[in-house]
Design a protein around this ligand. Sequence first.
Ligand code: TXA
Ligand code: MG
Length: 347
Amino acid sequence: MNTKVWKVDKYVDNLESNPHIVDAAHFLKENEVVAMPTETVYGLAGNAENDEAVAKIFAAKGRPADNPLIIHIAEQEQLNRFVAEVPEKAAILMDKFWPGPLTIIFKMKEGVLSEKASAGLGTVGVRMPDHPVALALLKVSGLPIAAPSANSSGKPSPTTAGHVLDDLEGKIAGVVDGGPTGVGVESTVIDCTETVPVILRPGGVTKEQLEAVVGEVHIDPALTNEAAKPKAPGMKYRHYAPNAPLYLVSGTRGFLQGLAAEKRAEGLRVGVLTTEEHADEYEADVVLTCGRRAELETVAAALYDVLRRFNEQQVDVIFSEMFPYEGVGYAIMNRLEKAAGNKVIKE
Ligand code: TXA
Ligand code: MG
């Protein structure tokens, strides 16, 4: 399959009449799948009401069938078609955080969306992306759009159209290239079907921000206990893993440098993941900087690109600094732990 690339400047006016958006929306209406930028990561979009389109999403990614898809909408009214009930706290969260990086899990009306999209859970995750290109595409297509991250299953999520093409060229109808995404980690997934909302996946909206508007919020215990079964099926998979083994290092920079030196002495090609503040302090074969530690948002924005770049550099082992488990740092550490398969070396 020839994968089209539609370049679209997200800052121009009247995106809904942009010929590239209109063309991409036409493919969606024909039940083809196309990648689109969102404010978090690129998504692989398809008509959520059509089995054939949803099957194409799973096939292109090589995604396990038990992992449900997030439904993307451009207007709150679209919810009524496939959501059974909107609890009060969910309504407050939508008003405060949509459009934005928050996916809310609702009880689902049966028989509207493709069964494959919900993986038989009886619930549905919905979000309104805060990206002009995604919103225009959703509006022009007029469809509820199922969109997982547009990577091959297991790889880091794509934050540029180039990442999407690296994984899916030839497997999808096209990609709308709206430039690099902003947030860099995926949306926070929050289950609002229970009295106290539960975070199933940490992401772009922080626990602190959520609690400021709806009070107490729980975190799915499976996020911190490997033995428990996560309520978001996708959280049980190893993800984001670079080709080389990745170790998270808990300790001083001197300790991390010592580990790097030891492996280099064994003849291995060593990578170090750090931030701009500390890049000069390391001696290794490949030192990649991931934003600035003082502004964790910049670390989130750069994270997946850095993980992909270690593959290009063909290192044998990677040592990474760790980040505080607060604000967006919580999502960064969740992704790094998955990428590392939870391998942590303590000083
Ligand atoms: O930022 C994002 O959310 C991106 C962009 C493209 O919107 N999308 C994304 O989708 O990250 P995906 O499919 O890569 O991750 C969706 C996560 C998975 O862990 C999945 O198991 C969980 O959300 N999920 C989806 N529907 C669910 C449901 N009904 N109940 C529990 N978890 C659900
Ligand atoms: Mg994903």
